[in-house]
Design a protein around this ligand. Structure first.
Ligand code: ADP
Length: 471
């Protein structure tokens, strides 16, 4: 059942019940009121007439009142005496129904009572009152009035009330149906617009609403807000999916190169060892073996890096402890001497690191610094690579600067992307293009930040900022 129909039915039923209750109350009130007026009038007349009964003591007889004195338009009187005599007012010809046995018996017990009877198509209300003299029942006086008109009037009232109520219900139903349509039309509008969006593929569509900020306005805003969130989430998911696909395709591509080299070299070795005359060619064999070992090492580095990033993607979190920075940096400076490098490796004053503690992981911090130092060594052919310590508020900065090949400023934002390698690096230096992506993840995990300044052919400077932790 539609909301419109339900609303209309509700209105109509509530109105119908209200009208019914009102009609019943009104009808009962009117009928009781008219009956009370009639009864009061008959009672007054009857009591007045009965009070006129006079006893003449010396003869021990009573005289009855002149009934004609108490008649009025529509009111007739009839005195029924116990001795069988019947006296009545002269304003009616017939006779009021009277059952002597029953009425005299009743008059012994009750002073007065009412009855309604139907006589010759007429409805009569009769008041019966005991007539007595000297505390002796002498008869029953009947005072009657015709109530046919009253009953007809009440019938008419009933009919009019019923017709008026039905009409009111009909009008209310029609108006309700119309009003419900008017109220629900904006909702229809929202549904149509939502259906259009549901059918289409464009999540950028919005529902238009021109009107006040009522319930419908708020509903439209909510639906639009929901759509905006849906669109944003969908875009994020699409972006993540695209990045994932790019990652898998790049990873496969990177893994293919060393595998091809290894296979080629193995085939070459096989050929060399099969042919009799080349059996002595140790030189070629050594070269092939060397290539295989190099490529295997490269593949193993690549797989390690991929594993680190896959862990990061899976939500792996670095375990944090309070670590003193100075011993870590000293260790890194010492070990860096053993890394292959052609330029001078030097460091500034480490005094600023005295008592500096950060919240993080010793191993990951070392890995982070080696990524930058290895890069600096890799991309610097002349000059030096230097490590310095800086302080800024509660931040401690580890600066690794080199005098190497540097970068174009537009390349800088991309170097933290996975598999990104500047053209100048590709083919000239070994690398996976994953080092800085891992570095970025480690920095994020330590709630730090990175600053990069680089100039083509002049060198690069990376500052890793870490928040100091106070125990
Ligand atoms: P890669 O394995 O290629 O070094 P990274 O993610 O560590 O991968 O670095 C991405 C790219 O950023 C490098 O390929 C290189 O082009 C550039 N880069 C990183 N460090 C330096 C540096 N110190 N000097 C010049 N270029 C650098």
């Amino acid at each position: 059942m539609s909301l419109r129909l339900r609303l209309t039915l509700w209105y109509t039923s509530i109105l119908a019940v209200t009208l019914l209750l009102f009609g019943i109350a009104f009808y009962v009130f009117i009928s009781m009121k008219t009956e009370a007026i009639n009864k009061e009038m008959l009672e007054r007349q009857g009591k007045l007439a009965v009070s006129q009964i006079r006893l003449i003591p010396q003869w021990n007889v009573f005289t009855l009142p002149e009934l004609n004195d108490f008649k009025s338009i529509g009111v007739v009187l009839q005195a029924n005496l116990t001795n069988g005599t019947i006296d009545k007012s002269n304003n009616f010809r017939g006779r009021l129904p009277f059952d002597p046995a029953f009425s005299f018996g009743k008059a012994e017990k009750e002073e007065s009572w009412f009855t309604t009877v139907r006589q010759d198509e007429n409805n009569l209300l009769i008041y019966h009152i005991r007539m007595e003299s000297n505390q002796q029942l002498i008869g029953v006086l009947q005072v009657a009035t015709e109530i046919t008109d009253n009953l007809n009037f009440l019938n008419n009232v009933r009919t009019v009330l019923t017709i008026l109520s039905l009409l009111a219900v009909l009008i209310a139903a029609t108006l309700g149906w119309y009003l419900a349509r008017k109220v629900l039309r904006p909702i229809e509008h929202v549904i149509t617009a939502a259906n259009r969006i549901e059918r289409g593929t464009d999540l950028g569509q919005r529902i238009e609403h021109i009107g006040p900020n009522d319930e419908i306005g708020r509903l439209t805003n909510t639906v639009n807000g929901m759509l905006a969130r849906l669109q944003a989430t969908y875009q994020e998911l699409e972006e993540a999916y695209r990045a994932q696909r790019r990652f898998v395709s790049d990873a496969s591509h990177e893994l293919r190169t060393p595998l091809t080299t290894i296979r080629g070299n193995v085939e070459l070795l096989e050929k060399v060892w099969r042919s009799e005359e080349d059996k002595q060619d140790m030189q070629l064999t050594m070269e092939a073996m060397h290539d295989i070992s190099q490529e295997a090492a490269r593949m193993s580095r690549l797989v390690n890096d991929l594993l680190a990033l896959a862990r990061a993607d899976a939500g792996h979190q670095i375990e944090h402890t309070q670590v003193k920075l100075k011993p870590i940096i000293e260790e890194v400076i010492r070990k860096a001497n053993f890394l292959p490098h052609q330029v001078e490796w030097r460091h500034g004053d480490l005094q600023l690191l005295e008592n500096v503690t950060v919240l993080g992981s010793e191993d990951y911090l070392q890995q982070l610094l080696f990524i930058f130092i290895e890069n600096a060594f890799k991309y610097t052919e002349q000059g030096h690579v230097q490590l310095d310590i800086l302080r800024l508020g509660n931040q401690v900065g580890i600066r690794i600067s080199d005098t190497g090949i540097g970068m174009e400023s537009e390349q800088i934002p991309q170097i933290f992307e996975r598999f990104y390698r500047a053209d100048t690096s590709r083919g000239q230096t070994s690398g996976t293009g994953l080092g800085l992506s891992i570095a970025k993840w480690i920095i994020d995990e330590h709630h730090g930040s990175i600053e990069v300044v680089s100039k083509k052919n002049e060198g690069s400077m990376f500052i890793i900022w870490l928040p100091e932790s106070y125990v």
